[in-house]
Design a protein around this ligand. Structure first.
Ligand code: AHR
Length: 342
């Protein structure tokens, strides 16, 4: 018995190690009645999607992963899911694995904007369509992907800056701002920074006195400083901080801890502006600790599966599908909290 158990275990280990970074999640018997009719490719086989996720760095990302996994199940699409742990080389490896596995479509949310042409060309040469989801890539060759599904991050940055200029309409300057940037080189970090800077540029009262990456994450990981630690450093180096602009909620929440530990009141002594709209941020708004959240919607799964079916069927799709998002100032948080889905 014991020997048989060891043999079974070894076989299971061999099978799982062959999948390396990728795990497969697919419904055993297609979609439930009343749900999506089930994607068909070619002569009637189920579509297989390779999905290379950024990682699990934030509450937003966790909600995005769940949305993609649930939507694939509902749509009858077999999902090969890979978590890149915020490393571009891992995502490139995962995409190459998907190409070898001859998936029908690849979807991915690029960790950073640049450096994708080679691997995307490999997918194109293998005849596998690619959908960019959540984050865009920086390339001159737009034939390397079929469509982009996600947010306009520049618009989000602008909305944050516009809220700030309105909030200080009747105040004296200068207004000293510290900025917690997202992952260096990523589309949301680049665009949210640019949009915000554009919105405050014309008003000489606003000054970004310090700006550094907190990796879109709340508190310290193994190697790099995150939202909390970067804010601690800001509080040491800048004696007069009026506003924190964080590129996402997780960094804002980490920074709030640092502000409180320094004896200051987040939301009052230092105004806090954040992006995403996860439940924890809404709770912090109801407690007066965040002043405004610019929404970024992670629930992209259903739209992604619809696009995938079309792309695999050779139908045309729009070059860009943008999600609709709102801005939630503190006084709207309590009413909105019960209906937040992520
Ligand atoms: O790309 C979207 C961003 O990535 C979200 O704002 C952030 O929370 C996430 O990690």
């Amino acid at each position: 018995m014991a020997r048989r158990a060891v043999l079974v275990l070894s076989a299971a280990l061999l099978a799982s190690s062959a999948l390396t970074a990728c795990s497969t999640q697919g419904p055993a018997a297609g979609p439930a009645p009343g749900q999506a009719s089930g994607a068909k490719k070619g002569a009637g086989g189920r579509i297989t999607m390779g999905f290379a996720q950024v990682g699990a760095e934030s509450g937003w990302r966790t909600a995005n992963t769940k949305s993609v996994q649930e939507a694939a199940k509902k749509a009858g699409i077999e999902l090969k899911f890979s978590d890149a742990q915020q490393k571009q080389e891992n995502q490139i490896k995962a995409i190459r694995t998907f190409i070898q596995q001859k998936v029908d479509v690849i979807a991915f949310s690029p960790v950073v904007e640049s450096g994708w042409d080679t691997v995307l060309k490999e997918a194109k040469d293998a005849g596998i369509p690619v959908i960019l989801t959540d984050r865009a890539v920086d390339t001159k060759d737009t034939s390397l992907y079929k469509t982009f599904l996600g947010s306009d991050f520049v618009k989000e940055g602008k909305a944050a800056g516009e809220w700030l200029t309105a909030a200080y309409a009747n105040e004296q300057g200068p207004v000293n701002i510290v900025e917690l940037q997202g992952t260096t080189g990523s589309a949301p970090a680049n665009d949210r920074k640019a949009g915000f800077a554009e919105a405050i540029r014309a008003d000489g009262r606003f000054r970004i006195v310090a700006s550094q990456s907190g990796e879109f994450t709340r508190a310290k990981g193994k190697t790099r400083a995150k939202g909390k630690e970067v804010m601690q450093a800001f509080l040491k180096s800048q004696k007069d901080i009026n506003v924190l602009y964080a590129h996402n909620d997780d960094m804002a929440l980490g920074a709030i801890q640092a502000i409180e530990e320094s004896g200051k009141k987040p939301g009052t002594d230092i105004k806090v502006i954040s992006v995403d709209g996860i439940k924890d941020a809404f709770v912090a708004m109801t407690e007066g600790k965040i002043n405004v959240v610019v929404e970024c919607n992670p629930l992209l799964g259903d739209q992604l599966m619809e696009l995938a079916k079309k792309v695999v069927a050779g139908e045309s799709v729009p070059a860009r599908v943008e999600t609709q998002e709102g801005v939630f100032p503190q006084d709207k948080a309590a009413a909105a909290l019960p209906s937040r889905k992520y």
